[in-house]
Ligand binder design. Structure first.
Ligand code: AMP
Length: 419
């Protein structure tokens, strides 16, 4: 029976039939974070809205159209976070997390919010995982960050994904490229969308990223960033490719990756899964060497990436990958008769406190009904307690796989089960 209330459009419930998959991928993510020595950081789900306006950029779709902005009771302007990098960098600056001569390595996961038209793989509340490596500007760091994502996807078993890399250049090369883009797009501007007509003034690279069909068709022939890299950026990009080759991380170069946010410089990358249709980017990231300074910290370089768990689960399902076993209880206690029932909670308590998972159906009277519930639970052992067993201070333990049954003393139950 459908109730009166519905989940808000673009959001969803993670039901028990799905939640174990989430736990599985989050566990693998945390394991990879440990492997690469990234420490978890948790920031609030809302921040002052100007944090995103300043960092993500006011020409970006996120800030222009997608932010859940609201005023609190004192009229202060906040936004539900649309992405994780700006909050992490805010926390980095605010808590002076910088470490001299090396970088601070942070990982996070949590819900993000964007007001966009919902479709498969695109939601208004979605759950991102990500890392930030703040403090180093060497290409080895870029390679490490990309290797983190690659390792994560490999551990999950994903095969049908493609890593695309690009360099957005530094301020020098970026300026020359922006000029070339303006020259290219200006004569065609009338055929382009209103957003592009505005963006060309503030951030011409964003014209390469427009989703409108006519704009996309025009952008196909736009000049390539890679032709405008200065010697330093060119060398770094070549070094990055060599590192990826050394680590056996396959990639293709895609000079059209610009990333939707304003703060990116130099290395930019995305992992793509074509199976997902229109929303094919499963994770994206890049270097942001001016962001820390922009947010009031000492000029500090950084690089990171973020991906959505939803598209990851869709990708894994499309490749029929395993999410581990659905969790099942180790034991199920069947207690029949008044005396046995009176003793049941004590036994369950002992199992729980000794790390043995246990389930029961003490609301049911008959042995048959309780045995049926035990069967349904998928438990490994059913523990049978009736008046006869109680009289001998014992309990029957039935192995549900082999149907073998033994009787053990209640005092030895935990030791026996642990064996
Ligand atoms: P972005 O910050 O837009 O580059 O997003 C990084 C990653 O987050 C994307 O590659 C997706 O995996 C995921 N993502 C972004 N927006 C959404 C959304 N609205 N719904 C689900 N996943 C998203």
């Amino acid at each position: 029976m459908a109730g009166k209330y519905k989940v808000p459009r673009g959001t969803y419930d993670i039901l028990p039939t799905e939640s174990y998959k989430w736990q599985y991928v989050i566990n693998v993510f945390n394991e990879v974070a440990r492997l690469f020595n990234y420490k978890q950081i948790v920031t609030p789900i809302f921040e002052t809205s100007d944090l995103f306006e300043r960092s993500v950029g006011d020409t970006s779709d996120i800030v222009q159209k997608e932010m859940y902005k609201f005023q609190d009771k004192k009229g202060r302007s906040f936004a539900l976070r649309p992405e994780g990098t700006a909050p992490v960098v805010r926390a980095f600056v605010e808590n002076s997390l910088g470490i001299p001569d090396t970088s601070t390595k942070l990982s996070y996961h949590g819900p993000m919010f964007r007001y966009d038209r919902p479709q498969k793989g695109r939601y208004r509340q979605f759950y991102q995982y990500g890392i930030e490596n703040i403090g180093r500007d060497d290409v080895a760091t870029d390679a490490e960050v990309i290797a983190f994502a690659h390792t994560f996807f490999s551990k999950l078993g994903l095969k049908e994904i493609r890593l695309e890399i690009n360099s957005l250049g530094n301020d020098n090369s970026s300026e020359a490229y922006d000029k070339a883009l303006v020259e290219f797009f200006e004569p065609k501007l009338e055929e382009m969308c209103g957003d592009c007509q505005k963006r060309i003034v503030k951030n011409p690279k964003r014209l390469l990223d427009c989703k409108v069909k006519t704009c996309k068709a025009i952008a196909v022939d736009a000049p390539s960033m890679l032709d405008y890299l200065d010697d330093e950026c060119q060398k770094e990009f070549n070094d990055l490719k060599a590192y990826l080759d050394d680590m056996k991380v396959p990639y293709v170069v895609n000079p059209k990756i610009v990333r939707g946010l304003d703060y990116y410089t130099k290395t930019a990358f995305e992992f793509i899964n074509e199976n997902l249709g229109a929303q094919s980017a499963i994770c994206g990231g890049g270097r942001y060497n001016s962001l820390v300074g922009q947010l009031g910290g000492k000029e500090t370089p950084g690089i990171g990436f973020a991906g959505g768990f939803e598209r990851l689960l869709l990708s894994m399902e499309s490749e029929n990958l395993s999410f581990g076993d659905t969790p099942k209880p180790d034991t199920f206690l069947v207690a029949v008769g008044e005396k046995a029932k009176a003793k049941a909670m004590g036994i369950l308590g002992q199992l729980w406190s000794n790390g043995i998972s246990a389930e029961s159906a003490l609301n049911k009277e008959s042995m048959k009904a309780q045995m049926k519930a035990a069967g349904k639970s998928g438990c490994k052992f059913t523990l049978l307690l009736g008046d006869d067993e109680l009289a001998k201070n014992s309990i029957a333990v039935k192995n549900m796989e082999t149907s073998e049954q033994i009787t053990v003393s209640l005092d030895e139950l935990v030791t026996e089960l642990k064996r």
